[in-house]
Design a protein around this ligand. Structure first.
Ligand SMILES: *Cc1c(COP(=O)(O)O)cnc(C)c1O
Length: 446
């Protein structure tokens, strides 16, 4: 049995007996016991909770413990868990047959809803994950421009396609190094990696290699390495550099799409990319991704064009129904205002909770995405300025919150999400719990 032991000698069990037992079994038959690394709790220690159910803003684990949830399945659940409209749409679709591998009306309707919402978007293609969306968008960009290089930014995550699992080389080198075993150095050599928030480095790269660059891919709201909110001027510089050199600008809106605004970061910042990728919210909790752009670019895809891309379960009727039901709710009156009010409310509550904290803690938020940053100073805008030493304090905070029935990400560098299911009481309770947990954590450090 794994226990979390704090330095004051107190110990508590991180998970109930049922989760412990399930994880023992999982370790036998699933690699590291999980299907996605962060779920294994390596960064915070202890045994992962096995979730039995979710309703609204709460989840319940296999031991019958309830938690106020701010992980929101890592982003998709902007309506909360098991929203009745989504559940009904999926059930209805399921009773008509699970998959046909042929066109279905729901995929047309969901595409229409997404195209109408997003600035400059004319056509889409659906896939089954965010990873597939970015992988396909990069291939399309290369096929359409006839160029090979891709530019990404350190601190941005775009899923786990080979050419995007690339980190910056040492020093000022922009040549990418594989960030995972199994990615050949020769693949990574076609990816350039720049720091965020640095127009000078961007301009220097375009001056030397602009004619070889097929695309610049960026999370316009970087939310996978803390929340690194960018200056609008930096995003505008990306638009300008790509337009001038004939490269394509790809906004990876897998997290920010239908999250920071109905039209994503493109609407929020007033900057229109050439290609956009979606995931998470557009599937309403089902496995869906999408990529899209102008008709002129999308005609490069097979069968009309020469860029190959396909998927057995792409546009799956149940998944399309879930996405469509979610977007319908997001179209209702006052929804975006309500989310923003809730976020503002959380800001205010956190401000007073954190002001009493004996150790550095800042609350960073854009729309319904937030990050509890445990480093001193102004919130960072680049991966390089994220303090990697906050992990231990976060580990204690995480478990102190879990004991109070609050579920945040099991990693210091993952963000949290508000949903329409959260209430002002929920956010007040969250802020109180964080305040208490921080003083407990800091006291036990001494
Ligand atoms: C989650 C995420 C991805 C990957 O999506 P998956 O569905 O996990 O493959 C890609 N880009 C961004 C910005 C993401 O947040």
């Amino acid at each position: 049995m794994s226990e979390i032991r704090s330095s004051d000698g107190a110990s508590h069990r991180s998970a109930g007996p049922r989760s412990e037992e399930l994880f023992e079994r999982a370790l036998q038959v699933l690699a590291s016991g999980v299907n996605s690394p962060v779920r294994a709790f390596r960064a915070v220690g202890g045994t992962p909770l096995f979730v039995r159910s979710g309703k609204g803003a709460y989840i319940e684990d296999e031991d019958g413990r309830r938690y106020l949830d701010f992980v929101s399945s890592w982003g998709p659940l902007i309506l909360g868990h098991a929203h009745p409209d989504v559940v009904e749409a999926v059930s209805r679709a399921a009773s008509d047959g699970l998959t046909f591998g042929a066109p279905c009306p729901a995929e047309v309707e969901l595409a229409e809803a997404v195209v109408e919402s997003y600035p400059g978007l004319e056509q889409l293609r659906f896939v089954s994950s965010g990873t597939e969306a970015t992988m396909s968008a990069v291939r399309l960009a290369r096929g359409a421009t006839g160029r090979e290089l891709v530019v990404k930014f350190s601190g941005c995550y775009h899923g786990h396609a080979d050419h995007l699992l690339v980190a910056a080389g040492s020093g000022l080198a922009t040549f990418g190094q594989p960030s995972s075993a199994g990615v050949p150095a020769s693949f990574a050599a076609l990816t350039r990696v720049l720091p965020l928030d640095d127009e000078a480095r961007l301009e220097a790269l375009f001056a030397s290699e602009g004619e070889r660059i097929a695309a610049v891919i960026v999370e316009p709201v970087p939310a996978n390495n803390g929340l690194l909110i960018q200056r609008p001027e930096f995003l505008a510089a990306l638009r300008k550099a790509t337009s001038e050199s004939g490269a394509l600008l790809i906004f990876d809106e897998v997290i920010s799409g239908f999250r920071v605004a109905k039209g994503g970061a493109a609407e929020y910042y007033g900057i229109t990319p050439d290609l956009v990728t979606f995931g998470k919210i557009i599937g309403g909790g089902m496995p869906v991704g999408a990529f899209g752009g102008s008709r002129d670019l999308m005609r490069h895809l097979a069968p009309e064009g020469t860029v190959y891309q396909a998927g057995t379960l792409s546009g799956n009727p149940m998944a399309m129904a879930a996405g469509l039901a979610s977007l319908r709710v997001l179209e209702s009156e006052g929804v975006w205002q309500r989310l923003e009010e809730l976020g503002h409310n959380l800001d205010e509550n956190m401000k007073s909770a954190l002001s009493a904290s004996p150790s550095p803690a800042k609350f960073v938020r854009l729309g319904s995405i937030f990050w509890l940053s445990l480093q001193a100073g102004e919130p960072p805008r680049t991966a390089e300025s994220v303090d990697s030493n906050i992990g231990e304090r976060y580990r204690r905070l995480f478990h102190a919150l879990l004991r109070r029935g609050v579920w945040i990400a099991p990693s210091a560098f993952e963000v949290g999400f508000l949903s329409l299911a959260h209430t002002t009481e929920d956010v007040a309770r969250f802020a109180d719990a964080v305040g208490e947990a921080l003083s407990e954590v800091t006291t036990s450090e001494g």
